[in-house]
Design a protein. Structure first.
Length: 268
């Protein structure tokens, strides 16, 4: 597990991979760290070829740099769990913003919702490029945006600071925001900025489903330790309230992260 984590961090930081020993025909657990990152989006999971009427499954490299550490079962499980939660908060013909969409673990399930419109955003360009190809058959309803934001782990050459980023949606245009495994990495000023942006784009009464780590050290309200952020839940809810988002529901633990649902205030 430690070896895999080191390989993931090298790939995320853009360290030069070893040259492939042979032409690349597929990207697997065995060879992914030797494949240049700018090629990852061209390849799907070879053991689960795309079926008629369905969508491809991302390869191991893309999944390893998303939730689940590369495990197919974990990746599908997280997507399924979040789809059930998000779907409970959708009105007819909804517009959903998936903040930190990764390589489509939630996307593929939301595609089953009739008349849904979807906006996916991610800081990791290979994820965005793969999603654009994988979901091209529904590109009239599903759009994917790359946020070229700076992150020492996920995008070290990024040109934009998170606190300067405006979500790609008009004011009061979104019915639901999903943010799985995003706030679990943010520094407090970044989290406050995203909460304000979520409040801006949500329609009055719209919902935001967010996951958190809620185990800061005793006596501290918000802690970021390199790639993990922990926040006291009451402190986070106060942050949300200051941004115009009310606490609607605490979901409990979903695959190791505490889920909360926030609601945009009806007025103001």
């Amino acid at each position: 597990m430690r070896r895999l984590a080191r390989r993931v961090l090298r790939a995320l930081r853009g360290d030069p991979p070893a040259a492939p020993d042979a032409p690349i025909h597929q990207v697997t657990e065995a060879n992914w760290s030797a494949v240049p990152r700018d090629l990852w989006h061209h390849y799907d999971e070879p053991t689960l070829p795309q079926q008629p009427g369905g969508f491809p499954v991302p390869n191991f490299a893309l999944r390893a740099n998303s939730s689940g550490g590369g495990s197919l079962g974990y990746w599908f499980g997280i997507g399924d769990a979040w789809a059930h939660v998000v779907a409970r908060h959708l009105p007819p013909a909804p517009t959903v913003l998936d903040l930190g969409c990764g390589c489509g673990k939630l996307t593929r399930f939301l595609a089953l919702v009739p008349d849904v419109r979807y906006v996916g955003v991610d800081i990791f360009l290979p994820h965005v490029l793969w999603c654009r190809r994988a979901f091209a058959s529904i590109e009239d309803r599903f759009a994917f945006h790359h946020f070229d934001g700076y992150s020492d782990v996920y995008n070290p050459t990024g040109a934009i600071q998170t606190v300067d980023y405006a979500l790609p949606a008009a004011d009061a245009s979104i019915d639901a925001v999903a943010a799985h495994s995003l706030f679990t990495h943010l520094h407090e000023p970044e989290a406050r900025h995203y909460l304000a942006e979520i409040a801006r784009v949500l329609k009055p009464g719209g919902r935001a489903v967010i996951s958190l780590h809620v185990e800061p050290p005793a006596g501290q309200a918000y802690v970021n330790d390199h790639d993990r952020s922990d926040v006291d839940l009451d402190y986070f809810l106060a942050m949300a309230a200051a941004a115009g988002l009310a606490h609607h529901e605490t979901l409990g633990v979903i695959y190791g992260q505490t889920g909360v649902v926030l609601a945009r205030r009806q007025h103001g």
